[in-house]
Design a protein around this ligand. Structure first.
Ligand code: COS
Length: 381
């Protein structure tokens, strides 16, 4: 595996770094404060192809490889992790199920629209089904050539802005993963409504809402995969999504390290810059090393995915290592900033809040460990 970036990867990274510095970083604090993202920013991102990143060129996307996609997510996250999550959810869990499991007809109709910026969301989690995803109770009742969907999904990223919703639902009266089906619904569907918007600790630029389904009719042709494939659709989508979240954590972690080094170059204590104080230098060494190690694993997971090899375990490792490294790095960044880091005058306060969810969503750290441990036992047991 060659870790050097290709010309195209470097070009994308630099382009997004530039876009983020001009268009996102200057309003990141404001978005955090407002708990909202301006439509103009979303429009600019649409015009710049951010919603078509991971979509094949034949469907109007940019068709970038997973490493390039990861680098884009990292750059966006270093400016605003809330903006980044909108892009990752759309390009991964909101759309993979269509590109991997949709019929040719759905793909031809829907993927170009998604790639052009009609935003996608992923509806799995319910009030009583989080880590135990197969405990969901939203139902899909067969009615001729259609299904009727009833239930509620919570914590839906992009839910308020989305045009498309990948929704998991089960045959009524059943339990377990075998009776779960995946569907693609559109915003205009009668009976689909947007409920409570969460007032989150972090990622406040991004919208997270409840989506309710009241007898929403969906044709069987909009089912993704066969009947009973729903759980696998979700798991496969999450495998890919987790690589994006690893890069998101790396972006936040990198922003923390950069802010800390900059701060320490200006702050004087005991008659010298913090740069020259051994305990601070040790922190820099640990922060940089942890992020670097996690980045290598994330790049390996991206490489395996593009090579068409199994990558579920590596994606879980990447998310686990990157989210935990970045959380510790954010903690140290606040520590280095001292009292200032505990105020909204310094961006590390936002990074510290933003990074927290990377250990929770798209599978908690505990779930990543479960996935990794099962795979290790399968291999070595
Ligand atoms: N890819 C393809 N298939 C997969 C898979 C994957 N990554 N992971 C599991 N499956 C399949 C299994 O092979 C099994 O199929 P068979 O019965 O045909 O063998 C089926 O799915 C059930 O798998 P398993 O028995 O492992 O299911 P569990 O209920 O034990 O749960 C975990 C598996 C805990 C890993 C799963 O529920 C999970 O990832 N939970 C976290 C959910 C999550 O990330 N939520 C966040 C939502 S988005 S914010």
């Amino acid at each position: 595996m060659d870790f050097s970036l290709t010309e195209q990867q470097t070009m994308f990274r630099d382009m997004v770094r530039d876009f983020s510095a001009k268009e996102i970083a200057p309003i990141a604090e404001q978005m955090d404060h407002d708990n909202a993202m301006p439509d103009e920013l979303v429009d600019k991102m649409r015009a710049n192809g951010f919603f078509g990143l991971a979509f094949p060129e034949q469907y109007g996307g940019l068709g970038v490889d997973t490493t390039t996609y990861g680098l884009v997510v990292e750059e966006l996250s270093a400016a605003s992790a809330g903006v980044a999550v909108m892009v990752t959810v759309h390009n991964s869990v909101g759309s993979y199920p269509v590109s991997m499991f949709g019929s040719e007809e759905i793909k031809n109709e829907v993927l170009p629209r998604m790639a052009a910026g009609e935003i996608a969301a992923f509806c799995v989690t319910e009030p009583n089904a989080g880590s135990d995803a197969s405990a969901m109770t939203t139902t899909a009742t067969r009615d001729g050539d259609d299904y009727l969907i009833n239930g509620s999904k919570i914590f839906v990223t992009n839910g308020a802005r989305a045009q498309f919703y990948v929704v998991l639902a089960r045959t009524p009266g059943t339990t377990g993963h075998e009776s779960l089906h995946a569907f693609l619904l559109e915003r205009s569907a009668e009976g689909l409504s947007i409920g409570k918007k969460e007032d989150k600790m972090g990622l406040r630029a991004s919208d997270t809402v409840t989506v309710d389904f009241d007898n929403v009719r969906v044709p069987a042709s909009r089912r993704l995969g066969e009947e009973g494939d729903g759980f696998k659709v979700a798991m496969k989508a999450l495998d890919g999504g987790r690589i994006g979240i690893a890069f998101q954590a790396l972006g936040i972690g990198r922003a923390c390290l950069e802010a800390s080094v900059k701060y320490a170059g200006q702050r004087i204590a005991f008659g010298r810059k913090l740069w020259h104080i051994e305990t601070i230098r040790d922190k820099f060494a640990d922060m940089a090393s942890r992020l670097h190690a996690a980045r290598l694993v994330a790049m390996e997971a991206a490489f395996l995915k593009d090579a068409g090899k199994p990558y579920s375990r590596e994606a879980a490792m990447a998310k686990l290592l990157a989210s935990e490294a970045a959380s510790d790095v954010a903690d140290e960044a606040v520590q280095i900033h001292g009292g200032y880091g505990y105020t909204k005058d310094y961006a590390v306060e936002r990074y510290y809040r933003d990074v927290r969810v990377t250990r929770i969503y798209e599978g908690t750290s505990e779930i990543q460990r479960l996935v990794i441990a099962r795979s290790v036992i399968r291999e070595l047991g």
